[in-house]
Design a protein around this ligand. Structure first.
Ligand SMILES: Nc1nc2c(c(=O)[nH]1)N[C@H]1C(S)=C(S)[C@@H](COP(=O)(O)OP(=O)(O)OC[C@H]3O[C@@H](n4cnc5c(=O)[nH]c(N)nc54)[C@H](O)[C@@H]3O)O[C@H]1N2
Ligand SMILES: Nc1nc2c(c(=O)[nH]1)N[C@H]1C(S)=C(S)[C@@H](COP(=O)(O)OP(=O)(O)OC[C@H]3O[C@@H](n4cnc5c(=O)[nH]c(N)nc54)[C@H](O)[C@@H]3O)O[C@H]1N2
Ligand code: SF4
Ligand SMILES: [Mo]
Length: 747
């Protein structure tokens, strides 16, 4: 019988940990303002009259674009981080967040030492622990769970580069239940839609040839606020070169302001617009006939299916006028094949996301842009053998078995699925008993936080490995402080791109406080779990050297260069000799998906209507701000200075109706009565009247995050319902409605 569990309380503790290392306010301020100082200026700023100037290669971890750069130090003290000129992701320039990456290192609110949950006089609290104690505790609990339920009943949630070592640890231990919120809460539907259509996904960085495009169509993708570095640089180049930009967004985004056409669509109706565009392109015979004939399957079925989806049909649904739909379709066709319907990135919106993205994929195929300049290129990627580990044990149980007949086309584990399968059910043999959470703040990241808390209450072990006292750490049994990316090595960065490259992150500083690198934590746990044979390397240098040696490189060379380019493996365009095959059942681009058909899904996307907000309520939309990454930077001492709280965009008429003034604090209340923290209203004509918009990642509720605590509101707290994509299990999150109340001045 399962042990009776004491229910976990979220622990908010304001002053835990050892004395903070003082770096002096003056230096901080100087760093915030003077990233581009010269050596002389830097010496003046830092007060070092002379000193040893050093540079160390790094890979930025402030978001997941993974720009390579250089950390400059003077006498071992931080000075600045800049981009690496040879890096295709940054082209020598970091984005504002990456430049502020020093703040991740400098933040005095960081986790300082391992913590173990304990009870003192009936009240839950954390006690500080040594690494020995904390690691022994975790290993013992993991062994106990494995004995009782099997190793598969421990799951890993992971996001970020150190995660590779924990994935390895978990697989060596016997569990392949590994999920990342960057799949079912982000780009999962996109990858599956392109895989179904072209037999290949999009990947990251995206294989989009924005640099050379003549016509860029952005459906929600808010480039410029979404600050993925190389992509934004290419977007700026395309705009400077006179490319036509068509932006579909209910809000006048930064991208909309750079566009020839802004289509302020009714939220949730993009599929109708896409189908109407396909209709026009086919009816007016504007598609790339040679390409369609040579490479695609199912054109006739598509043509028959979209006959009814006229611009006149789409108008009352989308509120986009028929002549605008026709004009924009013709403009796209005019520039083909250098027209690009951006595939999007965070695409988990309404639950029919795979189908919506597939409609864009079909439109791209009609424009003949796959493998063509200004469309999608064929990425190169460095081939580096994996470390020669022994094979993993056989996995016995997978999250998938908890969802018989559901989400058949999910190619990766669903974070929401593992969460759900942690809540005991009569129909399952095993529900999850242990979670290891590396670098993902599930409380802000997984929708339906009420479910996450319920799942956590059923766990026997929750370990959080984090840099900051993020909300998830407040629910953990054991908290393990990882050092920041500037204080550690990680695995090699090997990403797809126009050219194959390898980049290295090396430590520029010693770890502050009592924090440790992820690779060390994973290895120490491995040794305690009897998995020595899976951790034959003594330290990460040895691991990296082995991998690099296999392709004739060395750690020394990588440390000197930061980024190494390898010879191209193949041309990136069809016209330049790239030979292509489509890994689909028909060997063609499937306008008509034979796989979807075989699973009983619509083989050609069909418009489905989404519920509209009731009177007095507005659809809750969310997105990105240029100087923050989710909740991971909102306490960064350098980046909070650029923006320290979020605002809610409200249309002028709506504000009037609710008696709200610009700049006033309001509270959002969702359809289930959940109330947000107070947030300032931005009253504007730049958003439709049927929705409101806020930046994700604010409204932290852990007091230990001193700068971010209760600053702004958390969108995730209001996402109490989702529409799950039946094809791959992604959580459509823009299906919540909120009303607006003035904030009680006492609140
Ligand atoms: N600065 C910064 N940049 C980032 C990140 C960050 O945290 N900070 N995160 C990165 C990550 S992981 C991701 S996945 C990407 C996400 O970035 P994108 O994929 O570009 O984001 P979207 O999901 O498109 O959502 C934002 C836009 O969609 C619009 N929108 C909302 N509802 C609808 C709708 O129904 N139809 C249409 N057409 N538009 C709608 C919103 O108004 C907003 O402008 O950003 C990346 N870049
Ligand atoms: N409501 C809502 N939910 C969303 C989104 C949204 O816009 N709104 N966006 C979705 C998208 S697109 C994505 S990709 C996901 C992203 O979701 P996550 O990757 O979970 O993003 P964060 O919430 O920033 O969590 C990152 C955590 O990593 C920690 N961290 C930072 N650096 C390090 C480090 O070096 N080591 C370790 N161990 N930890 C570190 C931070 O302190 C933080 O707790 O969220 C998805 N969920
Ligand atoms: S885009 Fe910015 S935050 Fe992201 S990795 Fe590059 S520099 Fe860092
Ligand atoms: Mo994402």
């Amino acid at each position: 019988m399962a042990r009776e569990l004491s229910r976990r309380e979220f622990i908010k503790i304001s002053s835990l940990g050892l004395g903070a290392l003082s770096l002096g306010g003056g230096l901080w301020r100087a760093l915030a303002n003077e990233f581009s100082a010269s050596t002389e200026e830097a010496i003046a700023l830092t007060g070092f009259s002379e000193g040893l100037l050093q540079r160390t290669p790094t890979v930025c971890e402030i978001c997941f674009w993974q720009c390579a750069g250089w950390v400059h130090t003077i006498d071992g003290k931080p000075w600045k981080i800049i981009g690496n000129e040879n890096d295709p992701n940054s082209n020598g320039r970091l984005c504002p967040r990456g430049t502020g990456g020093l703040g991740a290192y400098l933040d005095n609110d960081r986790l300082k030492t391992p913590l173990i949950r304990t009870e003192v006089r009936g009240k839950q609290t954390f006690r500080e622990a040594t690494w020995e104690e904390a690691l022994d505790y975790v290993a013992q609990k993991m062994k106990k769970i494995a004995e009782k339920h099997g190793p598969d009943c421990i799951a890993l949630f992971t996001h970020g580069s150190g995660g590779v070592f924990f994935k390895h640890l978990l697989r060596a231990f016997g569990s392949n239940n590994i999920a990342a919120p960057s799949y079912a809460q982000c780009r999962g539907p996109r990858e599956e839609a392109y895989l179904l259509t072209y037999g290949e996904g999009i990947g990251s960085p995206e294989r989009t040839d924005i640099r050379d495009t003549k016509c860029l169509v952005l459906i929600g993708s808010h480039l410029g606020e979404n600050m993925h570095n190389g992509q934004v640089q290419e977007f700026a180049d395309a705009v400077a070169n006179g490319a036509t930009v068509i932006t579909v967004d209910p809000r006048y985004s930064v991208a909309a302001s750079k566009s020839k056409y802004w289509l302020p669509i009714r939220p949730g109706t993009d599929l109708a617009l896409l189908l109407a565009w396909i209709h026009v392109i086919i009816e007016e015979e504007l598609y790339d006939k040679d390409f369609v004939q040579k490479y695609t399957y199912g054109f006739d079925q598509l043509k028959a299916k979209v006959k009814k989806y006229t611009p006149e049909w789409a108008y009352p649904i989308t509120t986009i006028k028929p002549d605008v739909i026709r004009k924009t379709a013709r403009e796209m066709a005019w520039h083909k094949p250098a027209t690009l319907i951006h595939p999007g990135r965070h695409v988990t919106w309404y639950g029919d996301d795979t189908q919506r993205v597939r409609a864009g994929a079909i439109l791209n195929a009609l424009l003949g842009n796959w493998g063509r300049r200004g469309g999608f290129y064929y990425p190169n990627k460095a081939e580096v053998p994996k470390y020669p580990y022994p094979p993993y044990p056989r996995f016995k149980w997978s999250w998938r078995e908890a969802f018989a007949d559901k989400y058949p086309l999910a190619n990766l584990a669903l974070a929401n699925g593992i969460c759900e399968a942690t809540i005991p059910s009569a129909s399952r043999d095993c529900s999850f008993k242990g979670w290891i959470v590396y670098g993902t703040n599930l409380m802000l990241t997984l929708p339906q936080p009420q479910k996450t808390i319920e799942a956590i209450q059923n766990l026997e072990l929750l370990v959080a490995i984090d840099l900051m006292p993020a909300e998830i750490t407040g629910w953990a049994d054991v908290v393990l402080p990882e050092c920041s990316y500037l204080e550690r090595y990680d695995d090699l960065r090997i990403l797809p791109g126009r050219e194959p490259t390898i980049a290295l992150r090396a430590p520029a500083f010693e770890p502050r406080f009592n924090s440790k690198p992820g690779w060390w934590i994973a290895r120490e746990l491995g040794l305690r779990l009897g998995l020595e044979k899976y951790f034959p390397w003594k330290n990460i240098e040895e691991y990296l050297e082995t991998r690099l040696k296999a392709i004739g490189l060395s750690l020394k060379e990588l440390k000197e260069k930061g980024v190494v380019k390898l010879p191209d493996r193949h041309p990136i365009y069809l016209d330049e000799g790239m030979e292509i095959e489509f890994d689909t059942p028909t060997g063609k681009i499937e306008l008509y998906s034979t796989i979807l058909e075989s699973y009983g899904f619509d083989p050609i996307p069909k418009y489905t209507h989404h519920e509209e907000p009731p009177e007095g309520y507005y659809r809750l939309l969310y997105g990105r701000a240029p100087t923050h990454t989710f909740g991971r930077t909102t306490n960064n001492p350098l980046l909070t200075e650029t923006m320290d709280e979020n605002e809610v965009w409200v249309h002028t008429k709506v504000a009037k109706l609710h008696g709200i003034e610009n700049g006033q604090y309001v509270v959002l209340v969702n359809q289930d009565g959940v109330r947000s923290n107070k947030i300032r209203a931005k009253v504007t004509e730049r958003i439709r009247h049927d929705c409101v918009y806020m930046v994700h990642g604010f409204g932290h509720r852990d007091k230990r995050l001193k700068k971010a605590f209760l600053k702004g509101a958390d969108d995730n707290a209001l996402i109490t319902r989702v529409h799950v994509d039946p094809i791959m299990g992604g959580t459509g999150m823009r299906v919540n409605f909120v009303t607006i109340e003035p904030a009680d001045s006492a609140a």
